[in-house]
Ligand binder design. Structure first.
Ligand code: KIV
Ligand code: ZN
Length: 385
C-alpha cells in the first residue's frame, strides 16, 4: 500500500464557487475541522487577491499547528511577498505558485512566448525559494499543454527549487485515460521527477474529476487535490470525500491509503455546506441525505436480512450516525450533554446552556432533531463568539 497525500483546497479553489464568500472566522472554523479530518495540507486562500483573504490566511497560519498550510500566488514577486507575510508564522508553510502552460493560455491570457513562460516560472520559483522551503508549482491548464513543453518546464522548476509539481485539469476537459497517460509521460520523461511529490488537481466540468484523479494516482501521482463536497469554480473540484472512500472501499483494487479520518467526513461536509451556503444534493455519493437511505421494498427487505445486500459503505464509516442516542422534545439537559460529548465537542457550561436552549426551541418546531440539526446548533454556538 502506498500513502497518497491529500491536499485540500476547499478554502481556496472551493471558495471560488460563484456566490461563496467566507469571512475569516468561517474560514478558521472550516480549517479547524479540516485539521481534525486529517488532510495533509490545506490551501486556505490567495493573500494577494484581497485584504480579507490576506487576514484569513494569516489567522489560519497562526492557529493551525498539525497541518501544513498553503496559499496561492501568481508568478509575480509582489504576490510571493504578500503570501510570505500571510504564511510566515505557519508551522509548515507552503507557497502554491502557478503559471499557465497551454498554447491558448500563453498566447491569449499571458501574452507570453513559451520561452518567456519558462523564464518567468524559473525566476519566480528561485525568488520564492529564498523564503519558502516548500513550493508547489502548478502548470495551469496542464491537460491542454504540449507534453514535451511540460516536461521541459517541469525539469527546470524542479532544479529551481519546486518540491511539489501539480498538473491541473483546469477546465475539466480531460478523460481518465488521457490524464493518466500525461502523468506516465511526465514520470518517464522528466529526469528529476522522483525528487518531488507529483500532484493531480481535477475539475468536474464533464463529471470525471474523481475518475481522473484516481487515474492520475494509478500513473504515478502521489498527491490528490480536491474540495469537500466537490465545491469550486463552475462544476467544482474533485470531491475529496468520494475519492478517499472509493480508495478505501476498493482497496482490493487500489493499493493506496490516505491519512484521513473517514468518520470525520460527514461532519466536515455539513460544516462546509452550512458556512458556504452550498447545499449538498440529496443523492450525492457519501454525504448526500439519501446516500444510505433504502426506499424500495425489495432493497429494504434485503438490508434487513443482511446489510451487505445493498450497502457497500457503512454509514458509521463516514461519520453518519444512524442508531445513536436519539434526542427529542422530552430529552433533558443530561442527555443533551452526553450527546454533545458523543459528537466530539467540548463546550463550556455557558455555551452548553446556550446550545441546550437552541435545541429546546427547535423541538417546539420539529419532532425529530437529527444529528445535522445538532451540528448546526453547535456550530452556531461556537462561531458566535
Ligand atoms: O485549476 C487550476 O488550474 C487551479 C490552479 C490555480 C492550480 O486551481
Ligand atoms: Zn483549480
Amino acid at each position: 500500500m502506498s500513502r497518497i497525500k491529500i491536499f485540500d483546497t476547499t478554502l481556496r479553489d472551493g471558495e471560488q464557487s460563484p456566490g461563496v464568500n467566507l469571512n475569516a472566522v468561517e474560514k478558521l472554523e472550516i480549517a479547524r475541522q479540516l485539521e481534525r479530518l486529517g488532510v495533509d495540507r490545506m490551501e486556505v486562500g490567495f493573500p494577494a487577491s484581497s485584504k480579507g483573504d490576506f487576514e484569513a490566511v494569516k489567522r489560519i497560519a497562526e492557529t493551525i499547528k498539525e497541518t501544513s498550510v498553503a496559499a496561492l500566488s501568481r508568478s509575480v514577486q509582489s504576490d510571493i511577498d504578500t503570501a510570505w507575510e500571510a504564511l510566515k508564522n505557519a508551522e509548515d508553510p507552503c507557497l502554491h505558485l502557478f503559471i499557465a502552460t497551454s498554447p491558448i493560455h500563453m498566447e491569449y491570457k499571458l501574452k507570453k512566448t513559451p520561452e518567456e513562460v519558462i523564464e518567468t516560472a524559473v525566476r519566480t520559483v528561485s525568488y520564492a525559494k529564498e523564503r519558502f522551503s516548500e513550493i508547489e508549482w502548478s502548470a495551469e491548464d496542464a491537460s491542454r499543454s504540449d507534453l514535451n513543453f511540460l516536461a521541459e518546464i517541469i525539469e527546470k522548476v524542479i532544479d529551481a527549487g519546486a518540491t511539489v509539481i501539480n498538473l491541473p485539469d483546469t477546465v475539466g476537459y480531460t478523460t481518465p485515460k488521457e490524464y493518466g497517460d500525461m502523468f506516465r509521460f511526465i514520470k518517464e520523461n522528466v529526469p528529476n521527477i522522483d525528487q518531488v511529490c507529483l500532484s493531480c488537481h481535477c475539475h468536474d466540468d464533464l463529471g470525471m474529476a474523481v475518475a481522473n484523479s484516481i487515474a492520475a494516482v494509478e500513473n504515478g501521482a502521489t498527491q490528490i487535490e480536491g474540495a469537500i463536497n466537490g465545491i469550486g469554480e463552475r462544476a467544482g473540484n474533485a470531491s475529496l470525500e468520494e475519492i478517499v472512500v472509493a480508495l478505501k472501499i476498493r482497496s482490493d483494487f487500489y493499493p493506496y491509503t490516505t491519512g484521513l479520518k473517514l468518520n470525520e467526513i460527514k461532519r466536515t461536509s455539513n460544516l462546509v455546506a452550512k458556512l458556504t451556503g452550498m447545499h449538498v444534493q440529496a443523492n450525492k455519493a457519501i454525504v448526500g441525505r439519501n446516500a444510505f437511505a433504502h426506499e424500495s421494498g425489495i432493497h429494504q427487505d434485503g438490508v434487513l436480512k443482511n446489510k451487505e445486500t445493498y450497502e457497500i459503505i457503512t454509514p458509521e464509516m463516514v461519520g453518519v450516525n444512524v442508531d445513536n442516542l436519539y434526542l427529542g422534545k422530552h430529552s433533558g439537559r443530561h442527555a443533551f450533554k452526553e450527546k454533545v460529548k458523543e459528537m466530539g465537542y467540548k463546550l463550556s457550561e455557558e455555551k452548553l446552556k446556550e446550545a441546550f436552549q437552541a435545541f429546546k426551541s427547535l423541538t417546539d418546531r420539529k419532532k425529530e432533531v437529527t444529528d445535522d440539526d445538532l451540528f448546526t446548533i453547535l456550530m452556531d454556538v461556537q462561531i458566535d463568539t
